[in-house]
Design a protein around this ligand. Sequence first.
Ligand code: DSN
Length: 424
Amino acid sequence: MSTPQAIPFIEAQDAEIASAIRGEEKRENEGLELIPSENYVSKAVLEANGSCFTNKYSEGYPGRRYYGGQDYTDIVERICIERACQLFKCEYANVQTHSGAPANIATYFALLEPGDTVIGMDLSHGGHLTHGHPVTYIAKIFNFVRYGMKNIETGEIDYEALREMALEHKPKIILAGFSAYSRELDYQKIADIAKEVGAIAMADMAHIAGLIAAGVVKNPFDYGFDIITTTTHKTLRGPRGGLILCNDKEIAKKINKSVFPGLQGGPHMHTIAAKAVAFGEALKPEFKEYAKQILKNAKAMEKVFLDEEIRLIGGGTDNHLLLADVYGSLGVTGKQAQTVMDEVGITLNMNSIAGDTRKPLDPSGIRFGTPAMTTRGMKEAEATRVAELMIKALRNIDNDEVKAEIREEIRELCLKFPIPDTMV
Ligand code: DSN
């Protein structure tokens, strides 16, 4: 087990919250986390996130703040920016956005006028709500047009349709990126289309930021992308937060103005300190090994699912995540699958699949991935075994005896691979 977090003051003062923290700690230690957007941070990141920077207001940017007492906030934010730029090989970074959604929203408002068009990936094909789903407020302000896969079985994007859309709708932004898509995008094609129609090429790399930072998947900046947004808490293994990156001074200025004062107030400087620590970890050689292992573990799981003839959307994976059509392949709904996984100590999420005939609250798919299990030190052998156990559970959703056996094996596996205190 990882060293329990020291919370003596909470324990002395607030028994209910102390007990919830201990409960969550036990849940994380004894269960297997397969939600592909989750991870475990180091104790160093956790300490920075719980540091005295929580107390400080620091509206503005380093050297240009509106309140006094900024000696140390400036140090932290400058280091954070410098490390972000080094990691992603770019010139400018805004490290203040509270998470991925505000990073995207601030970017739209920095570069668009109301009514302007953005072309983004359809949610049901793996895109994200903030890429313009009609339920979001931004969809009332900007005009979002959506592209998707040409072939669900291979995951190939319909680049020709995307180009035609771009020629027809004249977007200001073409957005690449996803939260439930398992293949590499052809950034060159997207950048070329953006150039042809005079649009900004933007990538939301929230899921794969750690993989890009480690150089194990492509970096959109290498293909001429103008802007990258991301969260910092997924494969990047930092605190919950956001990041906006670019290479153009004028765009960077607009983005800074859009984040503050346009969208947000005081930055969360404790989170920025934790981002800086996490970026420092990601710059170490160990992080590259970690990212490589994420991919190997995902491939090991892919093999088991395909061998067992369970349909994977996109036919497999090039990154850290897999999306399985459990309803089509096994007659188990996404909700049933998520519930049975909870019962056996595996956390993942039900997910709609492209062309889903079922509703989002009980869809056909499950989405799972390997960042958190890889942080625990698990390798291909364990990933393979976990995939086998998942399928066994899915085939025995009403068999309590089998589920209890699987639960015990998962618990033992987790205890054998404790969440590490340090990552580098
Ligand atoms: N909720 C995140 C995910 O799970 O992908 C994206 O916002």
